[in-house]
Design a protein around this ligand. Structure first.
Ligand code: SAH
Length: 256
């Protein structure tokens, strides 16, 4: 059975409401899905849980939806929340990071311009569209916040006090070895996150070239900042972000 389509609406959800849809949403329901008058849809807005609703055709190109009943409650207390601080990389890989972070339950994402970040212009509006579509597909009840790109310092300063910064550190301390070799590598992420249960966390991943020695020294010397290794191999930035978020969700998040 095809699942009933799910739509994010930026409007209050209540029995008596009628919600007008914009061109894009109308086109999606009427043209792409070819829904008929009265067809069921599911609505969420990030505040009122999920509602069953019906489509009403205003014209061949315009639709509105009529909420009927709440089918999922908005959780009172979301669990410990997760922020992803990520250095943007190439377009397709960054799009993948946004989509997977949405599926993996990140509450917010902050593009961080580190010293070796090559992608300096960041299309936040594009990220928000990717996150919205991913949130509809992944059955989330809310959208992740997506911040404008900031410097590493600003990203760290912008965190809620006490947020544990899980610093994905790819490098070792051997100055003349590729990626600093294995000496001085951070401890396994699993051991670190086991001690962070119940705490808001921010996972930090770097760009194609990794973090500079100066950035690593600054981060390793910072309070509430926990360097972690994601194993002996150098992962692509998107692989590292996805792997670290999955591990955090499994130990500290809502995969329990
Ligand atoms: N050159 C590759 C990988 C660069 S490393 C690329 O083009 O993507 C990208 C980031 O992924 C690092 O800064 C770090 O945050 C994370 N990372 C990759 N491998 C890691 C490892 N083994 N342990 C911890 N973090 C890692």
């Amino acid at each position: 059975m095809a699942t009933i389509p799910r739509l994010y609406v930026d409007a209050p959800l209540a029995e008596s409401g009628v919600i007008a849809l914009d061109d894009e949403q109308s086109n999606y329901l009427l043209r792409v899905l070819r829904l008929e008058e009265g067809a069921p849809v599911r609505l969420f807005n990030g505040r009122d849980g999920e509602w069953s609703a019906a489509v009403r055709k205003v014209s061949g190109k315009r639709a509105e939806v009529i909420p009927a009943a709440q089918t999922r409650k908005q959780p009172e207390h979301a669990g410990a929340d997760l922020t992803l601080l990520f250095a943007p990389v190439k377009k397709d890989q960054t799009d993948l990071i946004i989509e997977k972070a949405t599926e993996l339950g990140a509450a917010r994402m902050v593009p961080v311009l580190t010293e070796r970040t090559q992608t300096r212009t960041v299309r936040t509006d594009r990220f928000r569209k990717i996150a919205l579509e991913a949130a509809e597909q992944t059955e989330r009840l809310g959208l992740p916040e997506i911040a404008e790109a900031v410097s590493l310092d600003a990203a760290l300063d912008g965190l809620e006090p006490g947020t544990a910064v899980i610093f994905c550190d790819e490098a070792g301390d051997e100055a003349d070895a590729p990626w600093g070799g294995q000496t001085g590598r951070a401890g396994p992420m699993l051991e670190v996150v086991a001690g962070l249960k119940g705490r808001p966390a921010a996972i930090l991943t770097g760009p194609e070239g990794g973090f500079t020695p100066a950035e690593r020294a600054f981060l390793r010397g910072r309070a509430v900042t926990y360097p972690v290794s994601l194993g002996p191999r150098i992962l692509r930035a998107e692989t590292a972000a996805i792997s670290a978020m999955a591990l955090w969700q499994a130990v500290c998040g809502d995969w329990g």
